[in-house]
Design a protein around this ligand. Structure first.
Ligand code: SF4
Ligand code: SF4
Length: 68
């Protein structure tokens, strides 16, 4: 099983910062009202998925992570 990583749909992100405040590893930063994940730091705990008010965050297997 590959590790899961947080993926943020920036079109849906409202920039509220709740995910940034929630992430225990500080993997998320909000810049210009859009949240961004550092997947090297994300441990795939899913806490950010649960708190996102807009449903912008999902967990994706690392080997299927969308390339930027
Ligand atoms: S899944 Fe967990 S570690 Fe990864 S960004 Fe979300 S809260 Fe942080
Ligand atoms: S909790 Fe959701 S809407 Fe708020 S900054 Fe994070 S991804 Fe964006």
């Amino acid at each position: 099983m590959p590790d899961q990583k947080s993926y943020i749909n920036t079109d849906m992100c409202l920039g509220c910062g709740t995910c940034e405040d929630t992430c225990s590893t500080s993997a998320i930063t909000v810049e210009d009202q859009k949240a961004k994940v550092s997947i090297e730091v994300c441990i795939g705990c899913g806490a950010c998925v649960d708190v996102c008010i807009s449903g912008a965050i999902s967990l994706v297997p690392e080997d299927q992570y969308p390339q930027k």
